[in-house]
Ligand binder design. Structure first.
Ligand SMILES: [Zn+2]
Length: 168
C-alpha cells in the first residue's frame, strides 16, 4: 500500500512529464509522445492528473492507443484519475518535434521534416536528405507511406526508398 502522502510526493508535474516521456508513439516507437511535441499541458490536482494532448495529424487513428498508454503509465505512477483531453488548437506542427525526435527519426530511417518556422506550405520543394547516405539527390515517389503522416521518397544515390515524416 502506498500512502496518499507518498503518492502526492511522486505526482509532480515533472514526474508526470518524465513518465510521459516513456510513452512511445504507436506508429514510430523510437520516439515518445513528449519528443513528438504532442503533450501540450500537464496539470496535477492531488492524485488526479490532466493531460492535454494534440494529435500529430487530425483524425490520427493512433490517438486512442496513445490515450490508453498515457492513462496506463500515469496510473502506474500513482494517479488515481487520469483525464486526457484532446486539444486541437493550436494544431500540431512538425516544428513541435524536438531535436531528439528528429535525430531518432533519422536513425530509424525516416527523414525528419525540415523546420519551417510556420512558413506557409512548408518547403515541399526543398530537397529531402536520404537518412541512409545523406544524399540530397532524392525524389518523392508516393505521398502516402505506411502511415498518414509519412510519404515515400527514393534516393537516387543509394537507390533505397525511404519514408519521410511529412512537414505540417
Ligand atoms: Zn541514399
Amino acid at each position: 500500500m502506498v500512502s496518499d502522502d507518498a503518492t502526492a510526493a511522486r505526482l509532480t508535474p515533472d514526474a508526470v512529464w518524465a513518465a510521459l516521456d516513456d510513452v512511445p508513439d504507436p506508429e514510430i516507437p523510437v520516439v515518445s509522445v513528449v519528443e513528438l511535441g504532442m503533450v501540450r499541458e500537464v496539470r496535477v490536482d492531488g492524485d488526479r492528473v490532466h493531460v492535454d494532448l494534440t494529435p500529430t495529424f487530425a483524425g490520427c487513428p493512433a490517438f486512442h492507443a496513445i490515450r490508453a498508454a498515457v492513462e496506463g503509465r500515469l496510473a502506474a505512477l500513482g494517479a488515481r484519475e487520469v483525464e486526457v483531453h484532446r486539444r486541437l488548437a493550436p494544431p500540431w506542427s512538425s516544428d513541435d518535434l524536438t531535436d531528439a525526435a528528429r535525430r531518432k527519426l533519422a536513425d530509424f530511417g525516416i527523414a525528419p521534416p525540415a523546420p519551417h518556422g510556420g512558413a506557409p506550405l512548408p518547403l515541399l520543394d526543398a530537397p529531402v536528405a536520404c537518412p541512409r547516405c545523406g544524399s540530397l539527390d532524392t525524389e518523392l515517389t508516393s505521398a502516402f507511406g505506411s502511415a498518414l503522416c509519412r510519404e515515400i521518397h527514393r534516393c537516387r544515390s543509394c537507390l533505397e526508398p525511404f519514408e519521410r515524416f511529412k512537414p505540417l
